[in-house]
Each structure stands twice: as C-alpha cells, then as structure tokens.
Write a protein that binds this ligand. Sequence first.
Ligand code: NAD
Ligand code: WQD
Length: 343
Amino acid sequence: MRILLTGGAGYIGSHTAVALAATGHEVVCFDNLSNSRAEVMDQLETITGQSIPLIVGDIRDRTSLEQAMQSHAIEAVIHFAGLKAVGEAVARPLIYYDNNVRGTLSLIEAMIACSVRTLVFSSSATVYGEPQYLPLDEIHPTSATNPYGRTKLMIEEMLTDIAAADPDWRIAVLRYFNPVGAHESGLIGEDPNGIPNNLMPFISRVASGRLERLSVFGDDYDTPDGTGVRDYIHVTDLAAGHLAALGAISSHNEPISTWNLGTGQGYSVLEMVRAFERVNGVCVPYQIADRRPGDVASCYASPDKAKAELGWEAALGLEDMCSSMWRFERMLATSNSPQATAT
Ligand code: NAD
Ligand code: WQD
C-alpha cells in the first residue's frame, strides 16, 4: 500500500516507517518538524536502504495534505502527528485542541476530498483515566484527567461518529501503553527536548551522566515495591502492531475498531531502574521524591483483543528495551550532530 504517515519523522512514526518499508509498503512522511528533525530521514535511509520522502507540512493545512495525498496516490493514513506532553497541555490547553483536534479534523476532511478512507490513529491508554480494574481492556470506561487525554478522547469520539455516518471508513484506534526503546541499530530513538517527562528517557540520561539523578515519584503506592507500575512496550513491537492493524482493517467489515497495544505485563519504576543497570552495566542514581500529581499506582493492558483479532503480540522484553535505548544514548553521545528524533 501507499501510506501517508502524519508525524512520520517522530519517535513512533519513524520506527513504523521502518517496519512498513521492510514489508514492501510505500511510505511518505508528512511532518511539520515541530518535535523532530529532517535528518531522521537519512537514518531511515541507512536502516531501510530506501529513500523515504518527507513532506514538511502541517496537518492543519488541508491543501498541503490534499496535495501530498494526491501526488503520491495515497491509499491509507497512519496518523501520529500531535502534541503529547501532559504538563504542557495543562498549561497551554488551546494549542493541544488546535493541533490535535483541529489537526485531525483537517486530516479527515482532506482524506474525504481524496477518497482515502483507511486510517490508523495513535490513541493512548490515557483515555482510560483512573483504572477501575486491571488489566485494562478496551471496554473499560474512558475518561480524561488532563487536556492531552481529552484531545485523544475527543478524536476517538469524532472518529466513531464519522464511521457511523459512512460505513465505508476503515479506522483502527490504537491505544498505546508506555512506548520505550529504540531501533536495534541505535540510529533512531527518542531524544526529548529539555528535561524528559517520561521515565525511560530520564533513566537513560542519568546513566550517561547528562542528568545527575532520577527522582522516583512516590514509593508509597499500593504496588509490590511502592513505586508506580506501568506497561512498557518496545517501540519496534508497537510499530509491528500498526502493520497488523492496517492489515486487519483492510479486510474487516467493521468501519471502526479499537485495540490496546501493550504487553499485559506491568513493571515498577524500581524494576525498570534495576533492569537498565543490569542489562547495560551502568549505574542509575536515584532518590525517592513526592508523588507526581495525576499519577496512578498501576496501569497495564489486557492485550488479548489485539492478539485474537490482529494476531499480534509484543515479542520484546525488558532486556531489548533497555539495551536498545542505551545503544541510542551512546550514539547521541558520540555523534557530533545527533540525527535523532527530538521528542
Ligand atoms: P513525537 O513528538 O515524536 O512525534 C509526533 C510527530 O508529529 C513529531 O515529529 C512532530 O513534529 C509532528 N507534529 C506535531 N504536530 C504536527 C502538525 N500539526 N502537523 C504535522 N506534524 C506535526 O511523538 P510520538 O511519541 O512519536 O507520538 C506519536 C503519537 O502517538 C502522538 O499522537 C502521541 O500522542 C501518541 N502517543 C504517544 C505515546 C508516547 O508515550 N510516546 C503514548 C501514547 C500515544
Ligand atoms: C512512568 C512511571 C512515574 C518520571 C505518560 C503519559 C501518557 C502516555 C505515556 C502519551 C510513573 C514514574 C516518571 C520520573 C518517575 N503518553 N516516573 N520519575 O505517566 O505512565 O504516562 O506517558 O499518551 O499519557 O501520561 O509515563 O514515563 O511519565 O511515568 O518516578 O522522572 O515512572 O511516576 O510511575 P506515564 P511516565
């Protein structure tokens, strides 16, 4: 298929581009580079041996999206483009509604104008809000605890209405749990601007000495060691999940389907710290700090629906997550001009 990846230069988009190119799909990335660098395309060429086109554009610019889809005869869209920092969303909600919600509306309009009705959307486990039971399955009630989560929920609802109005749509809503890790080459990965919000990029930077120590946000949760438990999923597994979803919706009769992409296995903050130290032979100094507002004790997926309906399940474990992140961190440290994804 000829597939447009909005946000294709970003962390998850770039890894999915690799997976799609490796299976013979034609990939076109569409990205405004607000949280990524054009140089990632060179790394994608090194990894895949193929030159993947990048169109620098904004999804809120419908004309530019339509031109991109028409000139490349696009048949399906995987929609990664969006802002994703929870703290920033709380402080500046309007840019999240504008970028994520209006951007998706503009994308849908452009797709309709170009008669493209196959869409995979990057949603998030954040739409489950405070877990009422675990593991989280797809029928768990949804709610939003912050404006970022609300944009994901609004988009999911918008897509549900669109699919109800026109059953020719084939839409996959993928709810990611905690994506971590990097491509095995160490050439692409996640390198957040400023101080990382997420645990694993923070651990990686402490291990390399770029940051002094990790603050573990709370050790008094109702979990085996008192620290927060999450479902970390390797970004390469996540990328494979997109291929599986695209294949499933192309042959399914349902206009819209939702799948969790997680492993079903929860690990605590301290388990992640120890795994990173053990796998990479490094030291990650940490201190116990106050709980972070808005955090829940535990959050992990039921991956059963994805396994049953997509034939997909995560294959990579903690070892691959930690070793690939460290390879990418070393690449950043040794490279004069890091060609990494800034996220
Ligand atoms: P990322 O920031 O690395 O990638 C997003 C890409 O979209 C970036 O390259 C950015 O430049 C681009 N972009 C943003 N706004 C745009 C716009 N208006 N027009 C064109 N391009 C735009 O983030 P990621 O981690 O790869 O996340 C991809 C998607 O997955 C996002 O929608 C995010 O909300 C979702 N998601 C991410 C996580 C996570 O923890 N990484 C978890 C759940 C869901
Ligand atoms: C994981 C655990 C923290 C940093 C966030 C978003 C969610 C989704 C994924 C997009 C928690 C602890 C963290 C640190 C710590 N993104 N932690 N010290 O909060 O599960 O999810 O990213 O959709 O919407 O909310 O991930 O990596 O921030 O935290 O102790 O410096 O690590 O308290 O228990 P989270 P995270």
